[in-house]
Design a protein around this ligand. Structure first.
Ligand code: GPW
Length: 869
């Protein structure tokens, strides 16, 4: 056997004894072998004549062997043990890079770096050679990535399910005039060493066609092909899975058409199918109701459910009542909610269950997370669009809607009877006054039907006459066992607003699961120096999985010697950030000023506008200051990053404004190092891994009540970065954990915002003179393009039907400036600043996604750890 091993196993012994050898020499030999045979690098250039990209591929191929070995063992064990699984259905998984994460989670960094050094390369450079996997827009997609990391680390049987987009989030460039340019994200050109293609795992997905007597005959079919992405846990041998689907044509090529010389037609079917998994929709929190988007959603949901049911049948054929004890699907926002109808269809049409049995199973097997209260993001599919693409599903949704409303009838009737009769009488009187008594009589509707209307899943489209829409969030609420928001305040708001009526009739369904982030990627791996200091101070690295241990840092917050060490480490991270910006943009940033960072999707509700207005005023102050006043000012580097959805014009103008202001300020000799404003192009996961450790102040300044949670706020807090923010989303809980007095809190509260919008705003004229000054500077052309910026300026200063400063930039400005003054004052006191920085990290333990996932597992999923002995 030993002899055979030597001769046969090219891959480090994994195939025969199940575990590759992890000493530096074995790894080195394996990388060489992969460079030569897997990658096919020219042998005369091996080992040290290759570029980093090629060596990266060889190294990744070796790491892949470790991953696959542990992956196979985990999945075999789970198959054998048959525990209950959670399936996280998400249209987005924003994974970022995988090499460093895999190597760190597998605890291979030491021997691997040594092996790489022997070959004449540097692990850090190879890490930088990797393409970002950007199959997500922002917070929602990155949350899904953090969640599957935590599931693996907690040994929870679970898979992610999504789409293998050929093109991910667009790449952003900023042109010389400050405009955002969008470029395609061609991320698969050099192959993807982190995925395992499964040509043998395929499902048919149907679209269009007709329904005859409940039988659906699709007019179009495509194939969904599986790709598995192993997800390593940390300090465990568990390796979970992210299964992504690629769309392919049923028939490769129409040979008849080809033979007739119709070449275009011959390839048409292929193109139509491939379109489905071609590109990620780059809209964050806005929907456009496009058919292709619904196609994508149904495509991955159907493939995933078919896959789960197929595995269930292998073990438990026929025993459908057992399904809720073996599987739960978590729907990440409304994007996968067609799952409600698809699970019903498969159980009834394919497996022959009766309606009631199928509905009972469905309601126990699905759960739903809501991530926004903004109406434009809550998907409502026109009945026309959904009925054409998925006629059988429309029929099922229609019936769910009827049965759901029927189930409420008794309750409603009792309610109506208990109400005093005065209300209808009053209405009749009012009608009589208008001389329309008779008509009112004729039109009078069944009061029960009227009262039921607000519960309707299928409703009238308020924007279009006679055009019904399907409210996907309502469908999900009715079809799920649990519904949750993503931060404490958000989970309360959804019960009071978008789901109020539903909450009143089924309060037990509604829960909160405050978001979290993985402390591996977002502290331990991205900020190794701070991590080392924490480990040294706490005397253990157990905090990487037990983040509540970070609270142990509190006792050192006042310790001057510790503060000095903390500052040194933070400063090193600032230097790294400054180098990164130099290499990306050619801009030299001093490292002494306060590093202030706002990185997130560009959106009016997130209020990058508020931030840039305050900087415009700061610029004005610098320009008009005496030398003595200048000497008192606290220098600042303001960094922005984020993408605007391609058709979101206001957001694109804000991007341009920031860039224009930056160009003027940075080249003004009067300003010097007192203020630098940079917009880092193409903000993404790997930039975040440098920006977050290097930041000292971060801005989370959404209009109260609009940001469901936010998750970068948690990452910044973990890395000892102070927060200026509103009492919104998870900021509130971060303030609780780290001390509200340590946060720069400003602005209106969530309860005041609706009051403002409905009333106060109409008579308010109290514009802050500094706000007026900042807008004047834009208007008078200080940053050029006055015509271009005109409507942006008016949107927050001239009130009329189209401009109403919906996100309260003007009324929150004064308090924001007060908070900014406090920032400057505190930064001048470095000891106090550092003390708070330590307290942020110490108080961030609650925001680990391990905690979040543990709560999901216990309170919604009923899934327990299943770890190999
Ligand atoms: F609109 N979020 C996001 F709710 O990143 F669908 N993209 C989205 O399309 C939506 C939400 C959607 C974000 C929230 O804005 C953010 O507050 C939250 O922290 C994050 O989802 C994860 O829950």
């Amino acid at each position: 056997l030993e002899k055979v091993k030597e001769v046969v196993t090219p891959s480090n012994g994994a195939a025969l004894d199940g575990k590759p050898k992890s000493d530096p020499a074995s790894i080195e030999a394996d990388v060489l072998q992969n460079l030569e045979f897997t990658i096919g690098a020219p042998s005369n250039k091996i080992p040290n004549g290759l570029d980093d990209k090629t060596v990266y591929r060889g190294v990744a191929a070796s790491v892949r062997e470790f991953l696959i070995a542990a992956f196979n063992r985990t999945q075999d064990y789970w198959r054998d043990q048959d525990p209950k699984f959670v399936y996280y259905l998400s249209a987005e998984f924003l994974m970022g890079r995988s090499l460093l994460n895999a190597v760190q989670n597998l605890e291979l960094t030491g021997p691997l770096s040594e092996a790489i050094k022997k070959l004449g390369y540097d692990l850090e450079d190879l890490v930088d050679a990797e393409q970002n996997a950007a199959l997500g827009n922002g917070g929602l997609g990155r949350l899904a990535a953090c969640f599957i990391d935590s599931m693996a680390t907690l040994d929870l049987p679970g898979w992610g399910y999504g789409i293998r987009y050929k093109y991910g989030m667009f790449k952003q460039a900023i042109d010389a005039k400050g405009y955002q340019q969008e470029l395609p994200d061609i991320w698969l050109t050099n192959g993807n060493p982190w995925e395992i293609a499964r040509p043998e795992i395929t499902y048919k997905i149907g679209f269009y066609g007709t329904v005859d007597n409940f039988k659906w005959s699709p007019a179009e079919q495509v194939i969904a092909k599986a790709y598995d992405n192993p997800i390593p846990g940390y300090k465990t041998s568990t390796v979970g899975n992210l299964r992504l689907w690629e769309a392919l044509p049923l028939c490769e090529f129409d040979l008849d058409a080809f033979n007739e010389g119709k070449y275009d037609k011959a390839v048409e079917e292929r193109r139509k199918a491939e379109d489905i998994s071609a590109v990620l929709y780059p809209n964050d929190a806005t929907e456009y109701g496009k058919e292709l988007r619904l196609k994508q959603q149904f495509f991955f949901v159907s493939a995933s459910i078919q896959d789960v049911l197929a595995r269930f049948k292998e073990k438990h054929a026929g025993d459908w009542a057992l399904l809720p004890e073996k599987a739960i699907f978590q729907m990440n926002d409304t994007h996968p909610t067609i799952a409600v109808a698809e699970l019903m269809r498969l159980l009834i049409d394919q497996e022959g269950l009766d309606w009631d049995t199928a509905w009972g199973i469905t309601q126990k097997t699905l759960a739903f997370t809501n991530h926004t209260v903004m109406p434009e993001a809550l998907e409502k599919w026109p009945v026309k669009v959904l009925g054409k693409l998925l006629p059988r599903h429309l029929e099922i949704i229609d019936k769910i809607d009827d049965i759901w409303k029927d189930s409420l009838k008794e309750k409603i009737l009792a309610q109506i009877e208990s109400e005093p009769k005065a209300a209808p009488a009053k209405a009749a009187k009012a009608a009589a006054k208008d001389g329309e008594e008779e008509e009112a009589e004729e039109d009078e509707e069944d009061p029960v039907e009227t009262a039921l209307a607000k519960y309707g899943i299928i409703t009238e489209n308020p924007w279009e006459k006679d055009a019904k829409v399907i409210n996907m969030a309502y469908l999900a609420v009715v079809g799920s066992k649990a519904v949750n928001g993503v931060a404490a305040i958000h989970s309360e708001i959804i019960k009071d607003t978008i789901f109020k009526d539903f909450y009143e009739v089924m309060p037990e369904k509604f829960q909160n699961k405050t978001n979290g982030v993985t402390p591996r990627r977002w502290l331990a791996w991205c900020n190794p120096k701070l991590a080392a200091l924490i480990t040294e101070t706490l005397g253990t690295d157990a905090w990487i999985n037990e983040t509540t241990l970070l609270a142990g840092l509190r006792q050192y917050a006042d310790d001057k010697a510790f503060q000095a060490k903390w500052r040194t480490v933070k400063h090193a991270a600032k230097e790294k950030l400054s180098h990164k910006i130099k290499s990306l943009m050619g801009v030299d940033l001093p490292t002494d000023p306060l590093y202030d960072v706002q990185i997130k999707r560009i959106h009016e509700y997130k209020r990058q506008y508020l931030n840039i207005l305050s900087l415009i005023y700061r610029y004005h102050q610098i320009k008009t200051a005496s030398p003595e006043e200048k000497a008192e000012m606290v220098p600042r580097v303001s960094i922005f990053g984020g993408k605007a959805a391609s058709a979101y014009y206001a957001a694109k103008k804000i991007v341009r404004l920031i860039n224009r202001v930056g160009a003027v300020v940075n080249s003004d000799p009067d300003v010097g190092d007192l203020l630098k404003i940079v917009f880092v192009p193409d903000y993404n996961v790997d930039l975040a891994e440098v920006l977050i450790p290097g930041a000292e102040l971060s801005q989370h300044i959404s209009t109260a009540g609009t940001e469901a949670s936010g998750t970068s706020n948690m990452k910044f807090a973990m890395n000892g970065c102070l927060i200026i923010g509103t009492m919104d989303g998870a900021n509130i809980e971060i303030a609780q954990e780290t001390g509200k007095e340590n946060m720069f809190v400003f602005g209106m509260d969530a309860e005041d915002v609706p009051v403002w919008r409905e009333g106060k705003r109409k008579e308010w004229k109290d514009y802050d003179p500094r706000f007026v000054k900042a807008l004047d500077l834009i208007k008078s052309g200080t940053f050029g393009e006055t015509e271009y910026f005109k409507d942006l300026v008016e949107s927050i200063s001239v009130m009329n039907d189209s401009n109403n400063d919906w996100f309260l930039v003007a009324p929150d400005f004064t308090d924001y400036m007060r908070a900014q003054d406090e920032v400057d004052k505190l930064y001048a006191d470095q000891d106090e600043w550092t003390r708070r920085s330590i307290l942020y990290t110490a108080g961030s333990g609650f925001f680990s996604s391990d905690r979040t996932i543990d709560q999901y597992a216990k309170e919604i999923w009923d899934v327990v750890p299943c770890k190999q002995p």
